[in-house]
Every structure is written in C-alpha cells, then in structure tokens.
Design a protein around this ligand. Structure first.
Ligand SMILES: Nc1nc2c(ncn2[C@@H]2O[C@H](COP(=O)(O)OP(=O)(O)OP(=O)(O)O)[C@@H](O)[C@H]2O)c(=O)[nH]1
Ligand SMILES: C[C@H](OP(=O)(O)O)C(=O)O
Length: 226
C-alpha cells in the first residue's frame, strides 16, 4: 500500500505556541514525524512524506528510514492529499494517509488501520479530526479541517463506499494541544518523548491529576520572549 504522510514543515504545531517557541515546535514536529515514519516503516509499506517545503536530510530527517520518499507540495492539505488518492483510470492500489503528529503510533496500531478491506477506513482523532485514512474507492475525496471525520463519513456514503471506523487510542491521539503532551510522556517511546524531556518537560501529579511541567532553566530565550 502507498502511505502518504502530510507534513506542515514551515510553521508546524501552532496550537502549542503557549508552551513551545517556533524553533521548539519545529524540532518537536520533526521528532513526531520520525516516530511515525519509523513505526510505518516497520509495517513494510511504501512511504511518502508530502511536505510543504523541502526537508534537509541533515537536520529534518534525522532518524527517518532512508527508504522514505519526500515530495514537496505547497498546496493546502486537502488538495495535496486529494491529488494522491486512487482515481478512476489510475492504478487501483489503495492509499493510506497517516498524519505526522501521531506520536503514539506503533506498527501494531497501524496494522489495525491497514487490515480491514473496506473502501474507506478511518481512524478518527479526538475532536472530530481524521488522524488516519485508507482509501480504496476511486470516487472518494478528502476534506480536512473542521469535523473532518464526519465529513469523510458523509463523503464515503455519498459515493457508495463501504466504511470502517478504527477504535484506537494510539491512532486517535494526535498531538495538537498542550494537554496532549502528557500522553507523549506517558505512552510515547521514541524521539518525541525524548525531545520533550530534552526541552525540560516532565509529568506533574497534582491533586490526583496529571499534567506536564517545564523546568524554567530549559526554556529557551526564544520561547521566553514569545
Ligand atoms: N502537506 C501538508 N501537510 C499539512 C498541512 N497542514 C497540516 N499538515 C499536516 O497534517 C497533519 C495534521 O495537521 P494539523 O494538526 O491540522 O496542523 P499542524 O500544522 O500540525 O498544527 P496546528 O498549526 O496547531 O494546526 C500534520 O501531519 C501536519 O504536519 C498542509 O497544508 N500541507
Ligand atoms: C487536519 C485536521 O487535523 P486536526 O486539526 O483535527 O488535528 C483533520 O484531521 O481534519
């Protein structure tokens, strides 16, 4: 199967701006990308990162398996993905779209996405997004942002495609908001938790709740002046 991993290379993860500087968000986004690609590589599929700008193998692709292709496409997310989905008259190979911020993804959770043979398979994210998708139907079109899970379900129904929804904690947890960092520190195993720890984040347990705290001396001048 062809697997497409969209990556906003220039200003990723803006919703983390209250806790990370622009440079730190870029570093963390690339650590998550490397973790997702490593998990995907172990499933044996063909991997293409579709990035909004070129990635450097010296800085951006550290830890990324060498078999991964990188394509630059500066169109908006929906257009860049749509251009790579199966179409009538093209090869009938299914295409998967796996987001680069699924820091908890494992080969096993990804196999759960690739296994079902429905025309459209969706792993929704919390809040209504589409964290991962497999498309086998030539008339299905992508429609990201907003409650894209609902829109993608409607799109599948609209073209008569069979649909399966994947119930997965690991694929359902995309790392968007500061509160999501807790999940990376608890359940992550690769470069993403390593990156957060290097930036001074650790778990904080207060009044029976778990959050993250960041040691002040690890906060860069860049982020203090944010
Ligand atoms: N190729 C491409 N990938 C994108 C684009 N926008 C987002 N992505 C990727 O799509 C996935 C989901 O992205 P979002 O969480 O919506 O956006 P984000 O840029 O990561 O974070 P925010 O700025 O906080 O919304 C991630 O893998 C992003 O890197 C885009 O315009 N083009
Ligand atoms: C791209 C978007 O991601 P989210 O904003 O839900 O993280 C979506 O899944 O439609």
């Amino acid at each position: 199967m062809q697997v497409v991993v969209p990556f906003a290379a220039e200003t990723p993860k803006t919703r983390l701006r209250s806790v990370l500087s622009a440079a730190e968000r870029s570093r963390f986004a690339r650590a998550m990308l490397a973790d997702v690609l490593e998990a995907l590589a172990r499933t044996g599929h063909d991997l293409t990162v579709v990035a909004t700008s070129p990635l450097s193998s010296d800085d951006d692709l550290v830890g990324v398996p060498s078999t991964v292709r990188v394509e630059v496409d500066d169109r908006p997310l929906t257009d860049a993905v749509d251009a790579r989905l199966p179409r009538r008259g093209r090869t009938g190979e299914p295409v998967a779209v796996v987001m680069a911020d699924l820091a908890l993804a494992t080969p096993e959770s990804l196999e759960g996405l690739f296994g079902p043979d429905a025309d459209v398979v969706i792993a929704p994210g919390r809040g209504g997004g589409t964290n991962a998708l497999v498309v086998r139907h030539p008339d299905f079109r992508a429609d990201y942002h907003g409650a894209s899970y609902l829109d993608h379900r409607a799109a599948a129904n609209g073209v008569g495609a069979s649909l399966e929804t994947i119930d997965s904690f690991r694929l359902g947890t995309d790392i968007d908001e500061p509160a999501d960092l807790v999940e990376v520190l608890i359940h992550g195993t690769g470069r993403s938790p390593e990156c957060l720890r290097a930036l001074g984040f650790e778990l904080e347990r207060t009044d029976g709740r778990v959050d993250t705290e960041r040691s002040l001396d690890s906060t860069s001048a860049d982020s203090r002046s944010r």
